[in-house]
Write a protein that binds this ligand. Structure first.
Ligand code: PLP
Length: 451
């Protein structure tokens, strides 16, 4: 019997014992290729010696101090490295231990920014449906991940509202051009600002490339420029949540670089420390810092483990490796290969409705009927099946249900490490194909396809 409260009571997960590169070794000796780095986390794969040594060295040198008293070398060096040349005017970093904490920090900093500026009425936040910003109550109140919200709706903050996602595969109208779709979404956002009051909104929050909720959905060209304009029109901040899609995952250090805009506050997480330590953070624009500096001078927020020296040392080493080994070029090159192989194998598959993503961040969306874009009956729990069949085929991919509207739809994310080699990408796709074929064989044998 386990005394750990796992994600479900009745199913105890397999025991993972060790990891090396792409490969995880389980307690019974089985090997699994970790093709999604868990939830797009393990950006250098497993067992990286340099990172492990950096962690050990820092733990021996100095395991912990409280940030109310001291700063540390790894925290300073990590911020210096991330903010070298002040990308997009981002000048400061605040490090925490999870993506949810990063989003909480972003929300609170946005709120405090407007208090410092003498605009205390800005108490509202707008986000998007079909987005995930974390599981703590503030972050959960922000996001539009239906299933995760349901039990907690009655205790959530009421200052958050949501507009449509930018999700062309399902929500672009027939015949609508990119420009028309963007215009429609920008108008909807503008209307929401007006509904709440033109000076009531502190920030608009969005994942630059949507991760787990819809499966690697990149914005339509021009979308974020239009959104930035709406925020600027109403004097609100733009918070981009790049916890999953940032830190190089889509082929640029920041996903927003590919959109031609910059955020005021940006959340980063998974690829920051590659899973070697729990670390996330926010990057903050100079103008937000300036408001704090000329106002109260202190961020009214903090955690015991913020800017933890061992976590910062791990992330610093991960970030150094990404830069020294020019891994973003590899993300772009292997991303091209991954996309080509996925399209070769699945573009005519009757139940793979869409293949989408950027860099080493791709998803397959499964549909009962491709032409009508009709999802499977949610009761079939196709996303859970693909995970199981993946593990059966020796590959870990990251599945989610409710892709389309929080209830219906299924997808799985493939997010291999940034240092993946072509042969590894090919093996991953071979195994994903084996998993997909075996899952649909099982479904057709059970005779319960229709939704
Ligand atoms: N934001 C996004 C976009 C995420 O994908 C996640 C986690 O999946 C989070 C926030 C929350 O991060 P954490 O699980 O580390 O709290």
């Amino acid at each position: 019997m386990t005394r750990v409260l796992h994600r479900t009571i009745e199913v105890q997960p397999d025991l993972a014992v060790s990891g090396s590169g792409l490969t995880l070794t389980l307690g019974d000796g089985r090997k699994v290729l970790d093709a999604s780095g868990g939830a797009a986390v393990a950006c250098l794969g497993h067992g990286n010696r340099r990172v492990a040594e950096a962690i050990g060295a820092q733990a021996q040198r100095l395991g912990y101090v409280h940030t109310g008293f001291f700063t540390t070398g790894p925290a300073e060096a990590l911020a210096d490295l991330l903010l070298e040349n002040e990308p997009g005017g981002l000048t400061h970093a605040f490090f925490v231990s999870s993506g949810s904490e990063a989003m909480e920090s972003a929300l609170k900093l946005a709120r405090q920014y407007f208090i410092e500026r003498g605009e205390p009425n800005r108490t509202r936040f707008i986000a998007r449906r079909q987005s995930y910003h974390g599981n703590t109550l503030g972050a959960l109140s922000t996001g539009g991940s239906h299933a995760r919200r349901v039990p907690y709706e009655p205790i959530m903050a009421d200052r958050f509202s949501r507009v449509s996602p930018c999700f062309p595969f399902h929500y672009r109208r027939t015949g609508e051009s990119d420009g028309q779709y963007v215009k429609r979404l920008a108008e909807e956002l503008d209307t929401e600002f007006q509904r709440l009051g033109p000076d009531a909104v502190a920030a608009f929050c969005a994942e630059t490339v949507v991760g787990a909720t819809t499966g690697c959905v990149a914005p339509v060209p021009g979308y974020f420029k239009a959104v930035r304009e709406v925020c600027d029109r109403y004097g609100a901040l733009l918070i981009l949540d790049e916890v999953m899609c940032g830190s190089g995952r889509t082929g640029s250090m920041h996903a927003w670089e590919q959109e031609g805009i910059v955020p005021d506050i940006q959340a980063i997480g998974k690829g920051l420390g590659g899973g070697y330590q729990p670390i996330a953070g926010i990057l903050i624009s100079g103008r937000v810092i300036a408001a704090l500096a000329s106002g109260s001078g202190a961020f009214v927020h903090g955690h015991t483990y913020q800017a933890h020296p061992v976590a910062c040392a791990a992330a610093l080493e991960v970030q150094r490796i990404i830069r020294e080994e020019d891994l973003l070029t590899n993300v772009r090159n292997q991303g091209v290969l991954l996309e080509r192989l996925l399209r070769d194998r699945f573009s005519t598959h009757p139940h793979v409705g869409d293949i989408r993503g950027r860099g080493l961040f791709f998803a397959l969306e499964f549909l009962e009927n491709r032409e009508e874009k009709r999802p499977f009956d949610p009761a079939l729990r196709v996303h859970e099946r693909i995970k199981r069949h993946g593990l059966g085929a020796g590959v870990g991919i990251y599945p989610t249900g409710g892709t389309i509207d929080g209830r219906a739809g299924d997808h799985a994310i493939i997010a291999p490490p940034y240092n993946s080699r072509p042969q590894e990408i090919e093996t991953i796709v071979d195994r994903v194909e084996a998993a997909v074929l075996s899952m649909f064989r099982e479904l057709s044998q059970s005779g319960r396809r229709a939704g």
